[in-house]
Write a protein that binds this ligand. Sequence first.
Ligand code: G3I
Length: 358
Amino acid sequence: MRRRDFLLSAVGGTLAAFGSFDDILPLNAAGRAEAGDAEIPYGAAVKTELLDVDVQYTDAIKRYCRMIVGEGGLKWADLRPQPETFDFTQADRQLEFADANGMTMRGHTLVWYAAMPDWALNLATPLAAELELVNHIETVLDRYRGRIPSWDVVNEPIADDPSGRDVIRPSVWSEQLGRGYIETSLRTAAEADPNAQLIINDFNFEKPTTQCRRRRAAMIDLLRELKDNGVPLHGLGLQGHLTGASEIDQDGLSRFVEDVNELELDVLVTELDVIDDKLPGNVHVRDQIVASRVKDYLDAITDVVQPKAILTWGISDRYTWVPMWFSRSDGLPNRPLPLDDKYQPKALFSVLQQYTSI
Ligand code: G3I
């Protein structure tokens, strides 16, 4: 049962007196639902190179975020330029910033198919791949044990459009180790830092499409298999790179997070933004649609579970990955994030205020 339905049934009589569910939500003077324990911590992904050059950027992160995650820095491409090296420069700077500003930091990501140096992509035997995988995870978690409390251990393990036996995304890890690389990664991480929150992180679960339905089913099957085998795992990260031109499949998404919850796994929203390349150019109209997609997305999730965190993938439109792949044909800048390129709150910011500590 969705939480909203349970609550409505539990307070049915009271509702009759008030007229709607929202009338009985405790609201503060700003019209925001009372924060208290129900407030979901908000954070954002940061670019290391901006932490020491853009004061407006760091001021916004300090003002609104309780946590950060590096857009880069802990990916193999950044950490491991050569087989024998670990370059922690970026991650150390990110953690120093978090520590100095009373924030926690998420680690992204220990194992992925992308952002890999050529030498790692060329690992040619199962033994070589497993040795490198285990050594990498142990070395990184040894360094940050107790200082980075939550990790995207495996990023994007589900195939783009899973079907039949092909449900795991091809990678050097899956090619050399099969789907067992996922269990190996999680078990290694749990041994290296027994207190860390271990997350599997993935995207594209929220559209009303056959592909998303297949992805949801494949992810639940993977999570259930891992839990049934006693593999250490604490939650699912929903990246939340929403397609602005697509509705949110609220019922499908609610049922999905309900299934995750029934596996006793936490839910995090880890990379929220809205890809607006196919939305109208008019800024006011576009901002309203962006905000409505996020509200529909977060409603579908929070009707069922309370995410442990909600992070956007960046905080200002001034710095976003979106145009790397989804630049607008009209040449207008993308507007995927809660603050505009002058760090002014947008409609999306107001939506996040209803759910998070932003
Ligand atoms: O740092 C180099 C720079 O020295 C070089 O001059 C420049 C041009 O080649 O590249 C710079 O590295 C880029 C890096 O971002 C830092 O800006 C890489 O080419 C580029 O591929 C990398 O893109 C990142 C991408 O992940 C791949 O790692 C994006 O910033 C980042 O936003 C994106 O984030 C991913 C998440 O990790 C997983 N979920 C999807 C999300 C969006 O794609």
